[in-house]
Design a protein around this ligand. Structure first.
Ligand SMILES: O=C(O)CCC(=O)C(=O)O
Ligand SMILES: [Fe+2]
Length: 321
């Protein structure tokens, strides 16, 4: 049975450091087989991560009316209420029930005079911050800065693992599309096995760096295998490949199905950080992943078009609008 390997960065997130090559190789091995890896020895300060979890708990403990005052808007930022997302685009299962979760979606922050915002491009707008929670915004911004730096190192390791220069993919992430989702899963009864915290799905984008609390409940289904647990490892990240990265690499890196069932008996909190390219990026099979035996399997796609199609189909609020 496959299991998710643990990769230790030994405190380094510099792609020029002598240890990076070896890490890139083991990471490539993990992401080209199971599509998941635990990342430890990273530079995200445990205290900063704890503060972000604390901020998330405080948000979710707020009155529903306050949370709803930040209802997710056309920019895809804000509060996504309990059971309002149904993963209809899942390639893994026929999903008809909404996810049993609520979340606050925070994306890349835009200045008021950002050209993309002024041009009215899709989902380019300011975040909605819970002003009633002192310390929330600085705690989350400090966390985002650190997890984003880790993500950018991972992108470089991915490039190196494909025998490209370390910075080969950097330009796609100059004005990236990022999502920090502060998720809360209520406890669910043990016999409720049709109701999922998160229905089986693959992630849409490039990479996901997930911080989960100690509840457990995340499961992963490797190619050709059965569901396996991805139990929490204190301070580690669960890293996985999204659909865009799988397409980009002509299927060499694998976007593996996963799901969440919260059987802990208590509340579960998790914080996935999705690091995706600029909305205008044209994602086509990388030349490094194409040869005579491996012609391109996927037509080019503009990341923003691909993303919007998924958001429009999966989120109730986008239909009501
Ligand atoms: O909450 C988790 O552990 C996983 C969440 C997830 O898979 C997602 O948001 O895409
Ligand atoms: Fe996911």
């Amino acid at each position: 049975m496959q299991s998710i390997p643990l990769i230790d960065l030994q405190g380094n997130i510099d792609s020029q450091h002598p240890t990076a090559d070896a890490v890139a190789k083991v990471l490539y091995e993990a992401l080209s087989t199971i599509g998941f890896a635990y990342i430890c020895g990273h530079n995200v300060d445990p205290a900063v991560r704890v503060s972000a979890f604390e901020a998330s708990r405080r948000f979710h403990a707020s009155d529903l009316a306050l949370k709803q005052s930040l209802a997710v808007n056309a920019f895809h930022r804000g509060y996504i209420g309990m059971a309002t997302e149904t993963i209809r685009t899942s390639s893994v299962a026929k999903v008809t029930r909404p996810n049993m979760s609520e979340s606050l979606m925070l994306m890349h922050e835009l200045a008021a005079d950002d050209p993309a915002l002024l041009a009215g491009e899709p989902i380019q707008g300011p975040n909605q911050w819970p002003q009633w929670l002192p310390g929330f915004r600085p705690a989350i911004e400090a966390y985002i800065a650190q997890v984003d730096a880790l993500g950018r190192y991972i992108i470089r390791l991915v490039a190196m693992g494909l025998d490209m220069p370390d910075t080969a993919l950097d330009s796609f992430f100059e004005k990236p599309t990022t999502f920090l989702r502060l998720l809360h899963y209520p406890p669910q009864a043990p016999q409720e096995d049709v109701q999922m915290g998160s229905a089986p799905h693959t992630d849409y984008g490039v990479i996901t760096l997930l911080a989960q609390d100690d509840s457990g409940g995340l499961q992963v289904r490797p190619v050709g295998g059965d569901w396996i647990e991805a139990p929490p490892i204190p301070n580690a990240y669960v890293l996985n490949v999204g659909d865009m990265l799988s397409r980009w690499t002509n299927g060499r890196l694998v976007s593996t199905p996963h799901r969440v069932i919260n059987r802990s008996g208590g509340d579960r909190y998790s914080m996935p950080y999705f690091l995706d390219p600029n909305m205008k990026s044209r994602i086509e099979c990388l030349p490094a992943c194409i040869d005579a035996e491996h012609p391109p399997q996927f037509p080019p796609v503009v990341y923003g078009d691909y993303l919007m199609e998924r958001l429009n189909r999966n989120h109730d609020y986008r239909k009501a609008a």
